[in-house]
Ligand binder design. Structure first.
Ligand code: GLN
Length: 454
């Protein structure tokens, strides 16, 4: 299937940056032997999985879709990768993303965009468009992504697949190339809610290598997906976030969302409207906090430790080699973020920019806390529009940033959120996503509602 649809990069789905057919075959044979010996490590033993290329792997390159990491081989596996291997899953290869996960379309990849299998002229979402399009195109039944502001859920929505951002701290970030450490979270991409839950259980749980890893037991997501599949939501109170509709939302997206609300009611849920007024600050707060943390995280790419090194010819001093390497190795969006973040953290701007954004973050947490006092879960469209044409927003960063309007609040608050397919838009026949948000450590609630709806 990968051979049939993934290439060539100019016109194919281009979900993969690297394939490891031999490694996958060996892992599959090992899983077969374990099953034959009566010792399968997991119900997913032998099942292929694609890995976003910002997760470190010892047996495959890890580029974060950046020239600056070209040729680098990580010395260790990310915890999630180690857990997949231990459970007998079969890593197929590394998937495309926006460089360092900064973007909403994969167009910021240094290696060319991925394409949406529903319409190859359109974006597959981002930053994890490679993982979601691999699942949507039938190239891999499962994939892992990372979600800092929506990079698992938005690609899931626009490719008609399931994408989950677990509660912050419940899936180890060890071996995830850091973008914005207080927001980053690894999660599953899958074709069904139950598949996502099964993968979630393999990768989740405390890890001593991640200082923000939480010790609470992983919420019972598989049980919740199975319970939800019985299709009874009586006793569940669902809040529609009123701020996430209206201007800027395509009629076809709102139409599919309204149909979903009706379905949830028919399944027995009580659906009410809730206002979260501070959510309107989420996007501007995110675009200060995420670049600030990124500017600090990306300082490690100094031409000494990883991959690319430019100007190391005996003619240039070390600081010049660093500048030349960063100039050549980082793409335009990454440079933009480093500059925004450095500015927001500088002495003259810190209080007015970074400090204010942190205050907005607190207000958003309070809105969630108040809303979850009366509602079990909150819902919204995952993203205001369906997949847009490749190139349409490439030169307009502000338009690109709007794709994550509805997904960002859950990153800022650290709670659980997922996107489940919600039919096709009457405007263009493309997939729409329903976002379901749940309190921190109540990921199972989102799974239950999603499985019932699905
Ligand atoms: N699109 C958002 C950004 O560009 C979110 C990215 C992400 O979740 N990794 O920052």
């Amino acid at each position: 299937r990968i051979e049939a649809v993934d290439g060539p990069a100019e016109s194919g789905v281009h979900a993969f940056l690297h394939l490891d057919a031999e490694g996958a075959l060996a892992a599959a044979e090992a899983a077969d032997r374990a099953i034959a010996d009566g010792a399968p490590a997991s119900p997913l033993a032998g099942v292929p999985v694609a890995l976003k290329d910002n997760l470190t792997t010892t047996d495959m390159p890890t580029t974060a879709a950046s020239r600056i990491l070209e040729g680098w081989r990580p010395p260790y596996d990310a915890t999630v990768v180690a857990r997949l291997r231990a459970a007998g899953l079969v890593p197929l290869g590394k998937t495309n993303l926006d460089e360092f996960a900064m973007g909403s379309s994969t167009e910021n990849s240094a290696f060319g965009p991925s394409r949406n299998p529903w319409d190859l002229t359109r974006i597959p979402g981002g930053s994890g468009g490679g993982s979601s399009s691999a699942v949507a195109a039938g190239e891999s039944p499962l994939a892992l992504g990372s979600d800092t502001g929506g990079s698992i859920r938005q690609p899931g929505a626009v490719t008609g697949t399931v994408g989950v951002k677990p509660t912050y701290g419940t899936v180890s970030r060890y071996g995830l190339i850091a973008f914005s450490s207080s927001l980053d979270q690894i999660g599953p991409c899958a074709r069904s809610v139950l598949d996502a839950a099964l993968l979630h259980e393999v990768i989740g749980g405390q890890d001593a290598n991640d200082q923000t890893s939480v010790s609470a037991p992983l919420p019972p997501v598989v049980e919740a997906a199975q319970a939800g599949a019985r299709g009874d939501l009586s006793g569940v109170r669902i809040g529609i976030v009123t701020e996430f509709s209206g201007e800027g939302y395509q009629p076809g997206v709102l139409g599919a969302f309204t149909d979903a609300v009706r379905t949830l009611g028919e399944l027995g849920a009580e659906v009410v409207e809730v206002s979260c007024p501070s959510f309107t600050y989420a996007l501007p707060a995110y675009y200060l906090i995420a670049p600030s943390e990124a500017s600090s995280n990306l300082a490690r790419f100094d031409a000494m430790r990883y991959g690319l090194r430019v100007g190391d010819d005996g003619e240039h001093a070390a600081d010049e080699v660093m500048s030349l390497t960063r100039e050549a190795g980082f793409g335009a969006e990454v440079k933009r973020r480093i500059m925004i973040g450095t500015h927001a953290l500088s002495a003259g701007s810190y209080d007015a920019l970074y400090g204010k954004a942190q205050k907005a973050r607190t207000l958003i947490v309070r809105d969630f806390t108040a809303a979850f006092e009366t509602c079990d879960v909150l819902i919204s469209p995952t993203t205001p529009t369906t997949a847009f044409p490749i190139g349409e927003r490439a030169d307009d960063p502000l338009a690109m940033y709007l794709a994550d309007l509805c997904t960002i609040p859950s990153n800022l608050a650290g709670n659980a959120a997922l996107s489940v397919p919600c039919g096709l838009s009457a405007d263009d026949g493309l997939p729409v996503g329903l976002q379901i948000m749940a309190p921190a450590l109540a990921d199972d609630r989102a799974y239950r509602v999603a499985a019932a709806y699905e």
